[in-house]
Structures are given as structure tokens and as C-alpha cells.
Design a protein around this ligand. Structure first.
Ligand code: PMP
Ligand code: GLN
Length: 405
């Protein structure tokens, strides 16, 4: 498949070249203000219910917030912590990988703490890609993937997830056809934002076989690993031949509902970790000092925490699913994440971006147009994402407002 060269779908906003910022280099010229920033600002301006940007409206466990306070007061992490992350957190990440997936990683050479998953993605792509390399990524894709591939001077090659029996599925033949001699890595995301798709074991096995056959690296964003509602999350690193070619990314923001703390990490072989660490040193060097101590404690929370978190989100998913269906949307019930993708066609609407920009004025709700995460614009034109990591009464209120449409 030919690589895409069209500008990324992020709408030209005040930050885009067309919007009057003449100094932005060519690699970033097609990137406007992120859709999350645009839509959260719109929510604040209009006093709307914000089901756009994915952040919970309830903070994570009180005891973990207290652990952060204790760390600040005890002077733990108030000065630059070690570059790779504090040993306590690296050990906690390694223990977590063993506890949930039976994967053994050396905390000293195979774990790297980052400023959220966002920095892990940036450092991985900046470290591993040469200019001109191709990156095969699932479309729709999380916006920072496109920007980081561009900053690395590489080319994104999207493989579109297509609706099939109520979910967005990966076409393995399309994936195979997207790989060329210039492909350096596969960029995966499961559970998948924004569609809520969880790649099945069969799909993951096929992706792994392709990576081995074509000798590709895999960077896999698994930040929603603890939000799988049917079945269990399976890391692609656990498939044969994958451990030493995979960089696995996760973040405490999603699992522990502290998105502002920006504590993320990678697990990978010593050689891949060393490469990513080299780039990370010059992005932030270190971050989130005292929060690293708190997240080390969070990762060790008992199974009841993880199960409760998932059950709570599953219930919220059902509340919002019912609300969106009652309002007339076509709903793709997510198998994972805290997002629901809908199609607005049954409402007589066609353009997701226009719809989302008008939605606050029409009924006081903010959502995210999936269309900006596509290169193949027609594939996502009428798709809109709603976040359900919100209080039950907020979801009910949004549903009531949406019924006015
Ligand atoms: N990857 C995906 C798929 C996401 O949805 C997000 C947003 N939360 C991130 C990465 C960024 O995570 P963080 O806030 O830890 O940087
Ligand atoms: N990951 C969040 C989402 O998908 C947004 C994070 C951000 O604003 N960068 O909604």
C-alpha cells in the first residue's frame, strides 16, 4: 500500500500554518491545536458536559494521593529523580508485568519511566526511526502518533479498522499488504482509542507472526490494559519471537485515574530500552518525582482494586450506551477503553467535525470527532467518540441533553 502523504486530519486551528503560525517547520505544518484541547476549551466556554477529552472526573484512590503527599513531605523525588525512574517504581512495573501477564523484565535494564505514555511514544519513535522509514499504524490513530512519526521524519502508513458486526476490526490481509521493504515498525494500540476495539488473540498472533517474518519492531500502546470488559488483555510481547522486538507502553494515568501526574513507562529488551532511554534523556530527562513513589504503591494494590475499577467502568459504559442509543446514535459497544464510538448517520448528520463543533450550542454536550484521526477521511467522516469515565449523574445528564437532538 502506498504511504499516506496527505496532512493529518487534525483540524487546522489557530496553531496550524494556515492559522497564522509561519515559523512552524514543514514536518509539523499540518498539525493544528489538538482536538482534545480544542474541545475541552469549548466545553469550558459553553459550560457543556465534557464527554470529549478522556480524563476521569473523579480522582484515583485516596491512599495513593496520600502516598504522593507523604513523598513530597519526606523529600522523596523533590529533586531530580534518577533518569530511568526511581528503583521502587521500576521494580513495581516489573512485578506488575509478572503478576498480570507472567512476563519477566529486569527492573534495571528493561524498564524505563517516562512522562506519561505520551513521552514514551515520542521517545520510542524518535529513538527507533530513521528519516524515510515507514510506520504501519492502526487507523483511526491517537493524534500524538502522527505527530511523533512526523517529528522523526518518517512516514505513517495507516491500516483502517473497519466496522464489522458491531465493532471495528483489523483486516489482516490489509495489514500484510501495508508492509513494504521500508517498513521499520508496527505501531499498535490495544485496547484501541478511539474505537474501543480489543485485538483478539488470533489477530495479535497474526500481527506477531508478520513482525517476525518481516523482522519488524513493534511499539505497542497498552495504556488501557486494565479496561478490557470481555476476556483479558494479552500483551503482544507475550507471543513467540516478540519479547525482544517489542516496546510495550503503559501509563498510570488511565489505570489509577491520575492523568495529571504523567507517570508512564515502557518495558522492552535491554537494547531497545537503552535506545528509548537515549531519546528520553533529551526530552524531559526526568519527571513526576514524588508521584513516582505513589504510583509504585498503586501498582501493588490488590486485585480487588483492578477488578473494581474495571467493573465500575463497565457499568458506566452501559449507562452511556443506553443513553446514546435512546438519543438515536448507532453505538459501537466497546470491548475496552473508556470511550464509545458512535455513528451519527441515523441522526441525519454526516460530518463529525461540524457536528461536534455545533453540539455544545445545540444541547450542551462535548464529544470528539473521530474523523480527525483518519488519513482516509471518508472512513471516519460520520464517527463521534464519547468518554464515559465520568460520574453516573454526569452521564445521565449528557444522555438527557442528547435526547433533544
Ligand atoms: N495513548 C493513548 C491511546 C491514550 O489514549 C492516551 C491518552 N490518555 C495516551 C497515550 C497518553 O497517555 P498519558 O496521559 O499517560 O501521556
Ligand atoms: N488520551 C486522551 C483522550 O484520548 C487525551 C489526552 C490528551 O489530551 N492528550 O481523550
Amino acid at each position: 500500500m502506498a504511504p499516506m502523504t496527505a496532512p493529518h486530519g487534525t483540524p487546522p486551528g489557530p496553531g496550524s500554518a494556515a492559522g497564522g503560525r509561519p515559523f512552524l517547520n514543514r514536518r509539523l505544518a499540518s498539525f493544528g491545536t489538538t482536538i482534545f484541547a480544542e474541545m475541552s476549551a469549548l466545553a469550558v466556554r459553553t459550560g457543556s458536559v465534557n464527554l470529549g477529552q478522556g480524563f476521569p472526573d473523579t480522582d484515583g484512590p485516596e491512599e495513593i494521593a496520600e502516598a504522593a503527599v507523604r513523598a513530597v513531605r519526606a523529600g522523596h523525588g523533590n529533586q531530580y529523580p534518577p533518569g530511568p525512574g526511581i528503583p521502587e517504581l521500576r521494580r513495581a512495573v516489573a512485578d506488575h508485568q509478572r503478576r498480570f501477564y507472567g512476563l519477566a523484565f529486569d527492573p534495571d535494564t528493561e524498564v524505563l519511566v517516562t512522562a506519561g505514555a505520551t513521552e514514551a511514544i515520542a521517545a520510542s519513535l524518535l529513538a527507533l526511526l530513521e528519516p524515510g522509514d515507514e510506520v504501519v499504524a492502526l487507523e483511526p490513530y491517537y493524534d500524538s502518533y502522527a505527530a511523533c512519526i512526523a517529528m522523526a521524519g518518517a512516514t505513517r502508513v495507516p491500516v483502517t479498522l473497519r466496522p464489522h458486526e458491531g465493532a471495528f476490526r483489523l483486516d489482516l490481509d490489509e495489514l500484510r499488504a501495508a508492509v513494504t521493504p521500508r517498513t521499520r515498525l508496527l505501531l499498535l494500540n490495544t485496547p484501541h482509542n478511539p474505537t474501543g476495539t480489543v485485538l483478539t488473540e488470533t489477530e495479535l498472533r497474526a500481527v506477531a507472526e508478520l513482525a517476525v517474518e518481516r523482522d519488524l519492531l513493534v511499539v505497542t500502546d497498552e495504556v488501557y490494559e486494565h479496561l478490557v470488559f470481555e476476556g483479558a488483555h494479552v500483551p503482544i510481547a507475550s507471543f513467540p519471537g516478540m519479547r525482544d522486538r517489542t516496546v510495550t507502553i503503559s501509563s498510570s494515568g488511565k489505570t489509577f485515574s491520575f492523568t495529571g501526574w504523567k507517570v508512564g513507562w515502557i518495558t522492552a529488551s535491554p537494547a531497545l530500552t537503552a535506545a528509548v532511554r537515549t531519546a528520553k534523556q533529551f526530552l524531559t530527562f526526568v519527571s513526576s518525582g514524588p508521584f513516582q513513589y505513589a504510583i509504585a504503591e498503586a501498582l501493588a494494590l490488590p486485585d480487588a482494586y483492578y477488578e473494581g475499577f474495571r467493573a465500575d467502568m463497565a457499568r458506566k459504559r452501559d449507562i452511556l450506551t443506553r443513553g446514546l442509543e435512546a438519543a438515536g446514535f448507532e453505538v459501537f459497544r466497546p470491548a475496552g477503553t473508556y470511550f464509545i464510538t458512535t455513528d451519527i448517520t441515523p441522526l441525519g448528520e454526516r460530518d463529525a467535525l461540524a457536528f461536534c463543533r455545533e453540539l455544545p450550542a445545540r444541547c450542551g454536550v462535548v464529544a470528539i470527532p473521530n474523523s480527525v484521526f483518519y488519513d482516509h477521511e471518508t472512513a471516519g467522516r460520520s464517527l463521534v467518540r464519547f468518554a464515559f469515565c465520568k460520574k453516573d449523574e454526569v452521564l445521565e445528564e449528557a444522555a438527557t441533553r442528547l435526547r433533544k437532538l
